[in-house]
Write a protein of this length. Sequence first.
Length: 94
Amino acid sequence: ARQEVKDALLSRYKYYLKAWRRSLDQDSSNRCSWGEFCGACKKLGYVGDVAGAWRAFDNDMSGYITLREIDPESNDVLVEFRRWATQQFGSVRT
């Protein structure tokens, strides 16, 4: 089920990061709740084992999914970009 959802995300959005921003992380909390995940699956037209896919993504059983759990490479790129931007321009808190 996990791979089916990943395939559906790529088919619709082409990139996991785009799927994350447009479908999975609806409230921009940097994590995807069960409700957000169900909504994303519905939007994708995925009618397979939604609960099984959720469980497979939420491997640490935290109750939410992060971008790292969906696509570690995209997550690493964002983390590195944030680090660079903070070094170059400071943080918002500065």
